[in-house]
Design a protein. Structure first.
Length: 536
């Protein structure tokens, strides 16, 4: 395998001025091949350890750091996994030796001892998972901030909070904690793991902040549905005279999408045009998703049509936008157009098309798309099966839906049984509804929605004694329903409320105007005031 990158000769790489560049090319090329070898057999890390021996051991510190950074950047993403066991701890690391060890707490495995003595980057692989970095650096140098930042980012991508905390401690220990790269990576790590307090604390303690660090903290709060905090942080960022980059704008658009704030989303769209980001692919995709989910389907279509080049995400975003509005014919047309643009649809594409057929009640077209997906070698997932069950259920084909569930090659989840139960309540099918409720309660015994739907099913057929029994059973088991919230955007302000809510003083006046909104709400007005309901 190494002959792909190295000459047959066993001589060391030349030590001329091109030495570092040559090393980087070798490691960069190996990192690409490493990913494919990881999928074929779990021996890629052994080759990773061997590759450094071909590099000149007399290289300077800058060159060594660069090579290690390339190797870790190429390999770490595939090595770190969710559930990284708490089996490593910092045991040594002195400034004199410039070495760092992460040793396993309760293991005597020393199968990589020969590696640790040959100045390689050592990675312990066990049971197809990386349990630790047994020896991060044995070449007599400490990892630079770029290398540590790469490792911390990998921990965040895999949700390995404990491993990330260890490298956080390591950055404090070796004095690189004040680096902007380290700080931004730590903010991203804690945000992706849901620990916003630690993320903001790291942000506050940073001596110097740049656009990347501001973007990291804004994106963290956007990912965790903290819309107001995102806006406040963005305003603070503008006061520092720092300019937001395209990733900052994408994070803000994501926050607007999650909170269904169409007006503020339009403002950020204008900002992106002024800053020249309106030609960036990921920005345009974020705009399509934002407009489609916030009630501006025409604006989403306009952005989509104006895109000079569309990728798979662009097509999927537009298909899901049509699916949300029940415009199934447009979704089906886009699916056909994808073939003409040499875009291969994936499982998400077909999920959007099936959702469109479900909302529009197109049973035949839904079955056709489902079969087409299988013909193209895409294995259906539970979400695809759920769409078909819901499609059949809404059409009143409850027996066919039940037979479809029983013939599924994978076990149905609670969502599928809940979908069938909802359809049974609508079409007053007593026996299939009870069967679906029993199946769902076995999977989710604490789900309040199942009890409520079953009680409503009994109420539809006027079995009031059974309604009382279900309500009593809910009380005995301590099952409580979750309060449903709705929100409405008026101007640039979003108001959230629940049923019989009197906490907002404007609630006393707004309901009086609601009966008058029906005749006045044209399509143009709906693009300015979008009502979205969601169960929180």
């Amino acid at each position: 395998m190494y002959s792909l990158f190295l000459p047959v000769s066993t001589k060391r790489l030349c030590t001329t001025t091109k030495h570092f560049t040559r090393e980087h090319q070798v490691v960069s090329g190996f990192s690409t091949l490493f990913r494919s070898s990881m999928k074929a057999e779990f021996k890629g890390h052994r080759k990773a350890l061997t590759i450094l021996d071909f590099l000149n051991p007399k290289a300077g510190k800058v060159g060594e750091n660069g090579c290690h950074h390339r190797l870790i950047q190429g390999c770490m993403q595939d090595l770190l996994e969710i559930g990284l066991q708490k089996s490593s701890q910092l045991v040594s690391g002195t400034a004199d030796s410039k070495s760092i060890e992460l040793s396993e707490a309760n293991s005597g495995d020393n199968s990589y001892g020969d590696v640790s003595t040959s100045r390689r980057t050592s990675i312990l692989w066990k049971k197809n998972q990386v349990l630790q970095f047994e020896e991060l650096h044995k070449r007599g140098i400490s990892p630079d901030p770029t290398t540590l930042s790469c490792i911390i980012s990998s921990c965040g991508a895999k949700g390995s909070l404990y491993a990330g905390e260890q490298f956080h401690a390591l950055s404090v220990k070796n004095g690189s904690y004040d680096s902007i790269l380290i700080g931004s990576s730590l903010i991203s790590l804690y945000s992706k793991c849901g620990n916003l307090d630690n993320a903001y604390q790291v942000f506050e303690e940073m001596p110097v902040r740049n656009t990347i660090s501001w973007t990291a903290v804004i994106a963290g709060y956007a990912q965790n549905w903290q819309f107001r905090t995102c806006l406040n942080l963005f305003n603070l960022m503008r006061r520092t005279k720092l300019k937001p980059n395209d990733f900052t704008c994408a994070s803000l658009l994501s926050a607007c999408t999650n909170f269904a704030s169409l007006g503020i989303g339009r403002s950020f769209h204008s900002l992106e045009i002024r800053m020249g980001y309106n030609s960036y692919m990921h920005i345009l995709n974020a705009l399509i998703s934002m407009y489609a989910k916030c009630g501006g389907i025409e604006e989403a279509r306009y952005v989509f049509k104006q895109m000079p080049c569309k990728d798979l995400i662009s097509w999927n975003s537009m298909i899901f936008g049509y699916a949300q509005y029940g415009v199934a014919d447009q979704s089906l047309n886009l699916l056909q157009e994808m073939d003409g643009h040499n875009i291969v649809p994936d499982a998400i594409t077909f999920l959007g098309v099936l959702s469109s057929c479900r909302h529009a009640g197109l049973v035949e077209q839904g079955h056709h798309c489902f079969n087409l997906m299988i013909e193209r070698g895409i294995e259906p997932e539970l979400d695809h099966y759920s769409c078909i069950v819901d499609l059949l259920g809404r059409a009143g084909l409850l027996t066919e839906a039940l037979n479809f569930i029983e013939k599924m090659p994978i076990a149905p989840n609670a969502v599928i049984w809940g979908s069938l139960l909802s359809s049974c309540r609508v079409h007053r099918n007593y026996w299939i509804g009870i069967h679906a409720a029993e199946k769902r309660l076995l999977l989710e015994p604490g789900c309040a929605a199942t009890y409520v739907q079953l009680a409503n099913l009994y109420a539809n057929v006027e079995c009031w004694s059974h309604v009382a029994k279900v309500r009593k059973l809910m009380k005995e088991r301590g099952v409580k329903t979750t309060t449903g919230y709705s929100w409405i955007e008026i101007g640039y302000e979003v108001y959230r409320f629940k049923a019989e809510d009197r906490s907002n003083t404007q609630i006393l006046t707004n309901p009086l105007n609601m009966p008058c909104l029906g005749p006045l709400c044209s399509h143009r007005m709906l693009s300015h005031m979008h009502i979205a309901a969601s169960r929180w």
